[in-house]
Ligand binder design. Structure first.
Ligand code: SF4
Length: 271
C-alpha cells in the first residue's frame, strides 16, 4: 500500500499471488495504511481466507486513533490470527517526534493509538530509525515503550542515498544500541541494518534473522517481485572476506551507504 493510486483490485491480486507463491505473512506499509481502513479490513479478511496467518501493519497510528471500527476489527481478528501494529516512533517527546515526522500533533495521535491497541489482542511493535535528533534519546524511547506490553522494539539504521544533517554513523548507532541492553530484554530488542559482527553478545537482536527466508514484494513502482533480496538489488553490501564468516549464509550485511564506514572499521569475520 505504498501509494493509494494502486487500485484495490491490484492489491488483492498481489495478495492472491503471494498466497500461490506460498506466502502466509502479510506486511502492509505506506504511505500510511491506516488512512484507508476499508482497504485494511477487506484485505486482511480476504488474506485470512487464503491462509495468511500473520499481519504486520506499519503505521504512524493516525488512522487507529481516529477509527474505532478499525481497532475493533483488528482486535477481533487478533483473537484467531497474529495481528501486529508496528509504530514508527521518531522520538520520546512531541518536540522530536512531530518535528521529524513533519506533522504537529503526530506524537499525540500515535500515543493515543498505542494506548488503544494496548487494550486489544493485537501485538505492539515499534520501529525507531536512528538519526541525529534521537540518537541520544534511544533509551528514552525504550523507557517510554516499556510501560506498554511491547513485543518487538526495533532500532533501525537510516538508509538514504545521500547524507543529510540527520545522518549518523554506524559506529555511533551501534554504541547507542548496545546501551539499550541495560533496560530492554534482548528477547524484544531488534535492529535493522546492523550485522552480527557488530553486535557481539547481542546477536539475537539482529532483526533480519526473524525475516521470512522468502520475501515477495509488491508496490506501485516495482510491481510484484518474487523472492526479493536486498543484497541482490544492491541495497545492501558485505565485505569480500564475509565468505569466511559463519553467519554469511543468513547475514544481510549493511545498507550500501554505510559500507564505506563498515569496511574501514577493521571488522573480522566471525569464525
Ligand atoms: S557475514 Fe560479514 S557482515 Fe555479516 S556478520 Fe559476518 S563478517 Fe559481519
Amino acid at each position: 500500500m505504498k501509494d493509494i493510486e494502486i487500485p484495490f483490485e491490484s492489491l488483492k491480486e498481489a495478495v492472491l499471488k503471494g498466497s500461490r507463491n506460498g506466502c502466509n505473512e502479510l506486511v502492509l506499509s505506506g504511505g500510511e495504511p491506516t488512512l484507508y481502513p476499508e482497504y485494511i479490513i477487506e484485505l486482511i479478511s480476504f488474506a485470512v481466507t487464503l491462509g495468511y496467518r500473520k499481519f504486520i501493519i506499519q503505521t504512524n497510528g493516525y488512522g487507529l486513533s481516529k477509527n474505532e471500527e478499525l481497532v475493533s476489527f483488528l482486535d477481533c481478528m487478533a483473537e484467531t490470527t497474529e495481528i501486529c501494529l508496528s509504530f514508527s516512533i521518531h522520538g520520546h517527546i512531541a518536540d522530536i517526534h512531530d518535528d521529524l515526522s513533519g506533522t504537529p500533533g503526530a506524537f499525540s495521535s500515535m500515543m493515543d493509538a498505542i494506548e488503544k491497541i494496548s487494550r486489544t489482542h493485537c501485538k505492539i511493535y515499534t520501529n525507531t530509525v536512528i538519526n541525529a535528533r534521537n540518537l541520544i534519546h534511544l533509551k528514552d524511547v525504550a523507557a517510554l515503550m516499556m510501560s506498554y506490553k511491547t513485543d518487538i522494539m526495533q532500532f533501525s539504521m537510516m538508509h538514504l542515498n545521500e547524507k543529510t544533517e540527520l545522518s549518523v554513523s554506524l559506529e555511533d548507532s551501534v554504541r547507542a544500541i548496545k546501551k539499550l541492553k541495560d533496560i530492554v530484554s534482548l528477547d524484544i530488542l531488534k535492529t535493522e541494518g546492523v550485522p552480527y559482527c557488530l553486535l557481539h553478545g547481542m546477536e539475537s537482536c539482529v532483526g533480519e534473522s526473524a525475516w521470512p527466508t522468502v520475501l515477495d514484494l509488491y508496490n506501485k513502482d516495482n510491481d510484484y517481485m518474487s523472492d526479493f533480496k536486498q543484497l541482490d538489488h544492491g541495497m545492501r553490501r558485505k565485505m569480500e572476506n564475509c565468505n569466511k564468516c559463519i553467519m554469511n549464509k543468513i547475514c544481510m550485511g549493511v545498507w550500501k551507504e554505510h559500507f564505506e564506514e563498515f569496511s574501514q572499521m577493521g571488522i573480522h569475520p566471525i569464525v
